[in-house]
Design a protein around this ligand. Sequence first.
Ligand SMILES: Cc1ncc(CN)c(N)n1
Length: 231
Amino acid sequence: MTTRRTWSDWAAGRKEASISDWLRETSEPDWSATVNHPLFDALAEGRLFDEVFAAYMVQDYGFVDPFTALIGHAIGRAPSMEDRVVLGRFMGMLTSDENSVFLRTFETFEVSERARSTPNYLEATQDFRRLLQDTGMQGSYAEILAVLVVTEWIYLEWATRITRVDGLHPLQGEWIDLHDNPDFRAFVSWLRRRLHETAIDLDDEAFTRMARRFRETVAKERAFHDAVYPG
Ligand SMILES: Cc1ncc(CN)c(N)n1
Protein backbone atom coordinates (compact mmCIF):
# COMPACT_ATOMS: atom_id res chain seq x y z
CA MET A 1 0.00 0.00 0.00
CA THR A 2 1.23 3.47 -0.80
CA THR A 3 -0.21 5.68 1.92
CA ARG A 4 1.27 8.54 3.87
CA ARG A 5 1.74 6.08 6.74
CA THR A 6 3.81 3.62 4.68
CA TRP A 7 5.88 6.54 3.38
CA SER A 8 6.55 7.73 6.95
CA ASP A 9 7.57 4.21 8.01
CA TRP A 10 9.91 3.93 5.02
CA ALA A 11 11.41 7.37 5.60
CA ALA A 12 12.00 6.83 9.34
CA GLY A 13 15.66 6.25 9.99
CA ARG A 14 16.69 7.14 6.44
CA LYS A 15 18.77 10.22 5.89
CA GLU A 16 17.39 12.55 3.23
CA ALA A 17 14.52 10.23 2.32
CA SER A 18 12.89 11.30 -0.90
CA ILE A 19 9.31 10.58 -1.91
CA SER A 20 10.33 9.83 -5.49
CA ASP A 21 12.89 7.22 -4.33
CA TRP A 22 10.23 5.59 -2.19
CA LEU A 23 7.61 5.62 -4.96
CA ARG A 24 10.08 4.19 -7.40
CA GLU A 25 10.84 1.33 -4.99
CA THR A 26 7.13 0.61 -4.56
CA SER A 27 6.76 0.50 -8.36
CA GLU A 28 8.99 -2.53 -8.84
CA PRO A 29 9.21 -4.75 -10.83
CA ASP A 30 7.61 -2.47 -13.46
CA TRP A 31 10.20 0.29 -13.02
CA SER A 32 13.25 -1.90 -13.70
CA ALA A 33 11.48 -3.84 -16.44
CA THR A 34 10.97 -0.55 -18.29
CA VAL A 35 14.44 0.90 -17.71
CA ASN A 36 16.01 -2.42 -18.81
CA HIS A 37 13.60 -2.93 -21.69
CA PRO A 38 15.08 -4.83 -24.68
CA LEU A 39 13.79 -2.07 -26.97
CA PHE A 40 16.43 0.32 -25.63
CA ASP A 41 19.25 -2.23 -25.96
CA ALA A 42 18.22 -2.94 -29.55
CA LEU A 43 18.14 0.81 -30.21
CA ALA A 44 21.58 1.43 -28.69
CA GLU A 45 23.17 -1.57 -30.39
CA GLY A 46 21.88 -0.67 -33.85
CA ARG A 47 19.66 -3.78 -34.01
CA LEU A 48 16.35 -1.94 -34.40
CA PHE A 49 15.05 -2.22 -37.97
CA ASP A 50 14.12 1.12 -39.53
CA GLU A 51 10.44 0.21 -39.72
CA VAL A 52 10.39 -0.88 -36.06
CA PHE A 53 11.98 2.41 -34.97
CA ALA A 54 9.50 4.36 -37.11
CA ALA A 55 6.55 2.38 -35.70
CA TYR A 56 7.78 3.06 -32.13
CA MET A 57 8.04 6.77 -32.93
CA VAL A 58 4.51 6.83 -34.39
CA GLN A 59 3.18 5.29 -31.18
CA ASP A 60 5.33 7.61 -29.09
CA TYR A 61 4.02 10.66 -30.93
CA GLY A 62 0.63 9.43 -29.71
CA PHE A 63 2.08 9.72 -26.20
CA VAL A 64 3.79 13.07 -26.81
CA ASP A 65 0.64 14.85 -27.95
CA PRO A 66 -1.36 14.47 -24.67
CA PHE A 67 1.94 14.70 -22.76
CA THR A 68 2.48 18.19 -24.20
CA ALA A 69 -1.06 19.09 -23.13
CA LEU A 70 -0.24 17.75 -19.66
CA ILE A 71 2.74 20.11 -19.42
CA GLY A 72 0.27 22.87 -20.32
CA HIS A 73 -1.95 21.81 -17.41
CA ALA A 74 1.11 21.73 -15.14
CA ILE A 75 2.02 25.29 -16.15
CA GLY A 76 -1.55 26.38 -15.43
CA ARG A 77 -1.78 24.62 -12.09
CA ALA A 78 1.73 25.51 -10.82
CA PRO A 79 1.72 27.56 -7.62
CA SER A 80 4.39 30.04 -8.71
CA MET A 81 5.99 31.83 -11.62
CA GLU A 82 9.23 30.02 -10.74
CA ASP A 83 7.68 26.63 -11.54
CA ARG A 84 5.95 27.98 -14.64
CA VAL A 85 9.29 29.18 -16.00
CA VAL A 86 10.98 25.75 -15.61
CA LEU A 87 8.00 23.90 -17.08
CA GLY A 88 7.66 26.46 -19.85
CA ARG A 89 11.30 25.98 -20.87
CA PHE A 90 10.75 22.24 -21.03
CA MET A 91 7.63 22.83 -23.12
CA GLY A 92 9.78 24.91 -25.49
CA MET A 93 12.24 22.04 -25.97
CA LEU A 94 9.41 19.54 -26.44
CA THR A 95 7.69 21.57 -29.14
CA SER A 96 10.91 22.44 -31.00
CA ASP A 97 13.89 20.04 -30.76
CA GLU A 98 11.91 16.95 -29.76
CA ASN A 99 9.02 17.58 -32.13
CA SER A 100 11.51 18.02 -34.94
CA VAL A 101 13.05 14.58 -34.27
CA PHE A 102 9.59 13.02 -34.70
CA LEU A 103 8.80 14.92 -37.91
CA ARG A 104 12.20 14.17 -39.47
CA THR A 105 11.89 10.51 -38.47
CA PHE A 106 8.51 10.26 -40.22
CA GLU A 107 9.97 11.95 -43.28
CA THR A 108 13.19 9.89 -43.37
CA PHE A 109 11.57 6.53 -42.72
CA GLU A 110 8.68 7.29 -45.08
CA VAL A 111 5.81 7.01 -42.63
CA SER A 112 2.76 7.48 -44.84
CA GLU A 113 0.56 10.57 -44.60
CA ARG A 114 -2.30 8.28 -43.60
CA ALA A 115 -0.33 6.68 -40.74
CA ARG A 116 0.55 10.18 -39.49
CA SER A 117 -2.91 11.74 -39.74
CA THR A 118 -4.95 8.74 -38.57
CA PRO A 119 -2.52 6.65 -36.53
CA ASN A 120 -3.49 3.19 -35.49
CA TYR A 121 -2.73 3.37 -31.79
CA LEU A 122 -2.10 0.16 -29.90
CA GLU A 123 -4.29 -0.57 -26.88
CA ALA A 124 -1.38 0.30 -24.56
CA THR A 125 -0.87 3.66 -26.30
CA GLN A 126 -4.56 4.46 -25.98
CA ASP A 127 -4.48 3.54 -22.28
CA PHE A 128 -1.47 5.79 -21.70
CA ARG A 129 -3.13 8.67 -23.59
CA ARG A 130 -6.21 8.31 -21.38
CA LEU A 131 -4.09 8.44 -18.22
CA LEU A 132 -2.30 11.61 -19.39
CA GLN A 133 -5.57 13.27 -20.39
CA ASP A 134 -7.31 12.29 -17.16
CA THR A 135 -4.41 13.54 -15.03
CA GLY A 136 -4.44 16.85 -16.88
CA MET A 137 -8.19 17.31 -16.48
CA GLN A 138 -8.70 15.90 -12.96
CA GLY A 139 -5.32 15.67 -11.25
CA SER A 140 -3.79 18.00 -8.68
CA TYR A 141 -0.41 19.64 -9.28
CA ALA A 142 1.17 16.86 -7.17
CA GLU A 143 -0.48 14.19 -9.31
CA ILE A 144 0.74 15.87 -12.50
CA LEU A 145 4.27 16.06 -11.06
CA ALA A 146 4.06 12.36 -10.11
CA VAL A 147 3.28 11.44 -13.73
CA LEU A 148 6.03 13.73 -15.08
CA VAL A 149 8.61 12.32 -12.66
CA VAL A 150 7.88 8.81 -13.91
CA THR A 151 7.89 9.56 -17.64
CA GLU A 152 11.04 11.70 -17.55
CA TRP A 153 13.05 9.84 -14.93
CA ILE A 154 12.46 6.48 -16.60
CA TYR A 155 13.65 7.90 -19.94
CA LEU A 156 16.71 9.46 -18.30
CA GLU A 157 17.50 6.12 -16.65
CA TRP A 158 17.41 3.97 -19.80
CA ALA A 159 19.27 6.60 -21.82
CA THR A 160 22.09 6.78 -19.27
CA ARG A 161 22.12 2.98 -18.80
CA ILE A 162 22.65 1.90 -22.40
CA THR A 163 25.96 1.82 -24.23
CA ARG A 164 25.54 2.93 -27.79
CA VAL A 165 27.55 1.58 -30.68
CA ASP A 166 29.22 3.78 -33.29
CA GLY A 167 27.40 4.31 -36.55
CA LEU A 168 23.84 4.53 -35.25
CA HIS A 169 21.36 6.24 -37.52
CA PRO A 170 21.68 9.98 -36.66
CA LEU A 171 17.98 10.22 -35.73
CA GLN A 172 18.36 7.33 -33.31
CA GLY A 173 21.39 9.09 -31.85
CA GLU A 174 19.37 12.29 -31.47
CA TRP A 175 16.58 10.37 -29.73
CA ILE A 176 19.07 9.08 -27.17
CA ASP A 177 20.72 12.51 -26.78
CA LEU A 178 17.35 14.13 -26.03
CA HIS A 179 17.15 11.94 -22.93
CA ASP A 180 20.80 11.98 -21.93
CA ASN A 181 22.06 15.54 -21.58
CA PRO A 182 22.80 17.93 -18.68
CA ASP A 183 19.63 20.02 -19.16
CA PHE A 184 17.40 16.96 -19.11
CA ARG A 185 19.21 15.60 -16.06
CA ALA A 186 18.69 18.93 -14.26
CA PHE A 187 15.00 18.95 -15.24
CA VAL A 188 14.47 15.46 -13.80
CA SER A 189 16.18 16.49 -10.53
CA TRP A 190 13.97 19.56 -10.38
CA LEU A 191 10.81 17.47 -10.97
CA ARG A 192 11.79 15.05 -8.20
CA ARG A 193 12.50 17.88 -5.77
CA ARG A 194 9.24 19.67 -6.56
CA LEU A 195 7.27 16.42 -6.23
CA HIS A 196 8.75 15.93 -2.77
CA GLU A 197 8.10 19.51 -1.66
CA THR A 198 4.54 19.44 -2.99
CA ALA A 199 3.55 15.98 -1.76
CA ILE A 200 4.96 16.32 1.73
CA ASP A 201 2.15 18.75 2.66
CA LEU A 202 -0.73 16.76 1.18
CA ASP A 203 -3.48 15.30 3.36
CA ASP A 204 -3.81 11.50 3.48
CA GLU A 205 -6.30 11.17 0.63
CA ALA A 206 -4.49 13.52 -1.73
CA PHE A 207 -1.20 11.77 -0.91
CA THR A 208 -2.70 8.36 -1.75
CA ARG A 209 -4.07 9.71 -5.05
CA MET A 210 -0.62 11.11 -5.94
CA ALA A 211 1.08 7.79 -5.14
CA ARG A 212 -1.54 5.87 -7.14
CA ARG A 213 -0.86 8.06 -10.21
CA PHE A 214 2.87 7.37 -9.91
CA ARG A 215 2.44 3.59 -9.79
CA GLU A 216 -0.17 3.58 -12.51
CA THR A 217 2.14 5.58 -14.78
CA VAL A 218 5.01 3.14 -14.25
CA ALA A 219 2.68 0.25 -15.17
CA LYS A 220 1.62 2.12 -18.32
CA GLU A 221 5.26 2.72 -19.26
CA ARG A 222 5.99 -0.98 -19.06
CA ALA A 223 2.85 -1.95 -21.00
CA PHE A 224 3.60 0.63 -23.70
CA HIS A 225 7.15 -0.61 -24.33
CA ASP A 226 6.09 -4.27 -24.21
CA ALA A 227 3.46 -3.48 -26.83
CA VAL A 228 5.72 -1.54 -29.21
CA TYR A 229 8.57 -4.06 -28.89
CA PRO A 230 7.37 -7.49 -27.77
CA GLY A 231 10.98 -8.70 -28.21
C1 LIG B 1 6.21 6.40 -23.49
C2 LIG B 1 7.16 7.51 -23.18
N1 LIG B 1 7.48 7.79 -21.91
C3 LIG B 1 8.33 8.86 -21.67
C4 LIG B 1 8.85 9.60 -22.65
C5 LIG B 1 9.78 10.73 -22.36
N2 LIG B 1 9.15 11.96 -22.44
C6 LIG B 1 8.47 9.28 -23.95
N3 LIG B 1 8.90 10.00 -25.02
N4 LIG B 1 7.62 8.23 -24.23
